[in-house]
Design a protein around this ligand. Structure first.
Ligand code: CA
Length: 228
């Protein structure tokens, strides 16, 4: 049975959503404060966390950082504002997806299931190591080695690299990257992709002018190439 930890200070939303999710067969633990969330996380061991960003005691992004420091449980942040910059910042900070209020239990469940399909323990095939020439990506340990040397990537850099490495030789549009790696709709967020690609290139020891793995396809997007 699916276990969800709901962190929401609004009594009505918390009670309503808890009831609706319970009716859908989900085991719910609900807390009103960020500080309580961290305690419950360890003892309840949820499959996913729904985290309201506007909490009275702690800033939502600080709670997210604390949850992340404890492990890889999927976190869906809930925000009252459909603010793309804020959402991008939180996804970069380790959120797996986001919900814009008001949201229904059905929507929460659909998003949680999608997140679990993408990266959850059920995703057997998804855990296989991906190798492209001297680049070795371990999805399970979220580790990357280049020519035998470990390279340290942020969460989104890792997701981006893995996504591209699973599609070697395929041209991937920025639109697809934004949708599949960031879960964001198209709309001005393409700078996000560009910035992450340039960071990733730097860590892979290459540049846009002299690419090895990551080749830009003008006007379309990006292609990962096996350089050997
Ligand atoms: Ca709130």
């Amino acid at each position: 049975m699916l276990r969800i930890l709901l962190v929401e200070d609004d009594d009505d939303i918390r009670a309503g959503l808890s009831r609706a999710l319970t009716n859908q067969g989900v085991t719910v633990a609900a807390v009103a404060r960020g500080a309580d969330a961290l305690g419950r996380l360890a003892e309840f061991a949820p499959d996913a966390v729904i985290l309201d960003l506007g909490l009275p005691d702690l800033d939502g992004s600080d709670v997210l950082a604390m949850i992340r420091s404890l492990g890889q449980v999927p976190v869906l942040v809930a925000t009252a504002r459909d603010d793309e910059r804020e959402i991008v910042r939180l996804l970069d900070a380790g959120a797996d997806d986001y919900l814009v209020k008001p949201y229904s239990a059905a929507q929460v469940l659909a998003r949680v299931r999608a997140v679990l399909r993408r990266g959850g323990p059920g995703a057997e095939k998804e855990s296989a190591t991906v190798t492209v020439a001297d680049l070795v990506i371990d999805p399970q340990g979220r580790e990357v080695e280049l020519a035998g040397e470990r390279i340290v990537l942020t969460r989104k850099e890792f997701d981006l690299l893995l996504y591209l490495a699973r599609r070697v030789g395929e041209v991937v549009s920025k639109h697809d990257l934004l949708a599949d790696v960031w879960n964001l709709p198209w709309g001005g967020g393409d700078r996000t992709v560009d910035v992450h690609v340039s960071w990733l290139r730097r860590k892979l020891g290459e540049t846009a002018a002299e690419p090895r793995f990551l080749h830009s396809v003008r006007g379309v997007g990006l292609k990962m190439v096996d350089p050997t």
